[in-house]
Design a protein around this ligand. Structure first.
Ligand code: HEC
Ligand code: HEC
Ligand code: HEC
Ligand code: HEC
Ligand code: HEC
Length: 352
């Protein structure tokens, strides 16, 4: 009986009509329960009431299969999602972050091992490239997670005041959790309202990037600086990125991020980004996207169209949540050329 009540509560959520408005809408009862009690049976996903009187926790609400009409962004699916070759083909049903299905069901290398979805990572017990300040198993939000205020330990408290106040129509300046890109505290950007369900060059997330001039520089608000909160050395730090110690001279020690490709444009390798036939006519690639320093609400559909709009970022190669491939890669670079896909060639057009 309890399970029927639970199912009822959860079904309510799954059936929420899906076209994304600016923020959560709909009857309060879909998402909140005043006492966690109906006919003396619990309503929420457990007998213990959830914070903010919610009927489910982050994972409870954000589990399901995306159809293109759901307003709830689903990041975990209990059945195998359709990812295709790069997660961008017409028959896919994953979103920009990818999906936690594979790290939950296949192995530890396919994404972030979130508590409640997967056991602790048996291979990576600490974040690679980290400075030792983070340890323990990841959660969605708060001190142990990526979303919300990372100084608050309880997850819902960490995102409090965000769900009802998201405004997708403006550039996210990162001034509050609600006004941060995808509730990532302080991170800027413009989120696609369908979270990149079937993205195209005309409809996709706009990521914020910055063209650095020093390897110790930690630009405020870029998507790559968010990853650097735990994977610091992969992004910044003295002698972390370049052999010469002077940013962007000589050869690299680690793949550049928060670095604009136009700096390397003397090589026609990058001029032909995304298989363009001519420089200056480069269409934005949803397979290997780039970030931009331009902060208007106009989606960046062309690359090299304005200053610093070709910034390499962590998400040029990775999915933040998980993917079917090792290292949470956007494409299977290890299986290429026999199989897989050479997404590196979107930028390294001379290497294919
Ligand atoms: C689609 C789901 C959903 C619906 C519908 C919904 N809420 Fe919420 N609400 C949430 C979530 C998730 C949180 C907790 C996280 C946060 O604050 O972002 C929350 C938090 C709150 C909070 C505390 C934080 C704040 O923003 O003040 C209040 C109060 C609240 N809701 C009231 C309501 C009322 C009243 C209604 C009906 C008019 C309602 N909610 C409908 C999902 C929903
Ligand atoms: C709050 C800390 C934290 C943040 C922020 C964070 N990570 Fe991680 N990451 C970890 C930890 C811990 C691991 C190792 C354990 C695991 O995979 O769960 C990890 C592992 C990884 C892995 C290896 C996955 C595997 O199992 O092979 C990749 C790739 C990765 N992170 C990329 C990113 C990217 C990209 C971002 C930014 C969008 C990011 N991380 C932000 C903590 C973090
Ligand atoms: C009661 C259900 C519910 C719970 C619990 C919930 N969410 Fe959500 N979440 C939603 C809905 C519905 C939306 C879509 C809102 C919209 O249309 O903007 C959403 C949107 C989001 C977004 C996208 C924001 C954007 O930029 O558009 C993020 C990120 C997110 N939730 C994270 C979380 C995290 C982290 C937790 C737990 C701390 C959580 N959610 C708990 C229902 C929920
Ligand atoms: C979003 C564009 C982009 C993608 C995708 C990309 N790269 Fe790069 N890569 C660059 C840029 C820009 C540089 C810096 C070139 C320079 O400074 O001359 C670079 C540098 C490198 C270097 C170091 C070259 C040197 O001179 O030190 C290697 C090696 C490399 N990339 C390999 C790869 C591989 C392998 C992949 C796929 C897993 C990949 N890249 C994907 C843009 C990209
Ligand atoms: C040019 C493409 C590219 C970019 C940009 C990139 N990565 Fe990676 N990353 C890779 C590849 C390829 C692997 C190896 C994946 C595998 O295991 O097959 C990897 C592996 C990782 C791992 C796992 C390391 C381990 O010890 O197993 C982490 C963590 C990671 N990347 C984080 C990041 C972060 C954080 C950023 C941004 C600062 C970033 N990556 C930018 C391509 C990239």
């Amino acid at each position: 009986m309890i399970n029927i009540v639970r199912l009822f509560a959860v079904t309510f959520i799954i059936l929420l009509p899906l076209y994304s408005l600016a923020r959560v809408t709909g009857p309060c009862v879909n998402c909140h329960t005043m006492h966690n009690s109906q006919n003396n049976l619990w309503v929420a996903d457990s007998a213990t009431p959830n914070p903010a009187l919610l009927v489910a926790d982050c994972i409870g609400c954000h589990t399901g299969q995306n159809t293109g009409v759901n307003t709830m962004p689903y990041v975990f699916s209990t059945t195998p999602p359709q990812y295709g070759t790069t997660g961008t083909e017409a028959d896919t049903n994953t979103l920009a972050g990818g999906n936690f299905y594979w790290v939950s069901n296949v192995d530890d290398r396919r994404g972030h091992n979130i508590y409640g979805l997967a056991g602790p990572d048996q291979i990576l017990t600490l974040p690679p490239g980290g400075d030792g300040t983070f340890s323990g198993q990841l959660r969605c939000a708060g001190t142990m997670g990526c979303h919300g205020d990372r100084t608050v330990s309880e997850q819902i408290s960490a995102v409090k005041g965000s769900h009802h106040y998201k405004d997708h129509t403006t550039w996210q300046p990162g001034t509050t959790i609600a006004a941060s890109y995808r509730f990532l505290d302080g991170i800027q950007g413009l989120g696609d309202t369908s979270y990149e369900y079937h993205p195209t060059d005309l409809k996709h997330n706009k990521y914020y990037g910055f063209d650095r001039t020093a390897e110790s520089e930690t630009p405020d608000g870029t998507i790559s600086s968010q990853c650097a909160q735990c994977h610091k050395n992969y992004h910044n730090g003295a002698s972390s990125l370049t052999s010469s110690g002077t940013f962007a001279t000589g050869v690299w020690l680690r793949h550049p991020t928060d670095y604009d490709m136009s700096n390397a444009i003397s090589s026609d390798e990058y001029q032909l980004y995304n298989n363009s036939s001519t420089y200056g006519n480069n269409i934005y690639s949803v397979i290997s996207p780039v970030a931009t320093a331009e902060t208007s609400t106009t989606v960046n559909t062309q690359v090299f169209a304005q200053a610093n709009d070709a910034v390499v970022m962590c998400l040029s190669c990775h999915r933040a949540h998980g993917s079917p491939y090792a290292g949470s890669m956007r494409w299977n670079y290890k299986a290429w050329p026999a199989g897989g896909y050479n997404g590196c060639a979107i930028c390294h057009t001379a290497k294919n």
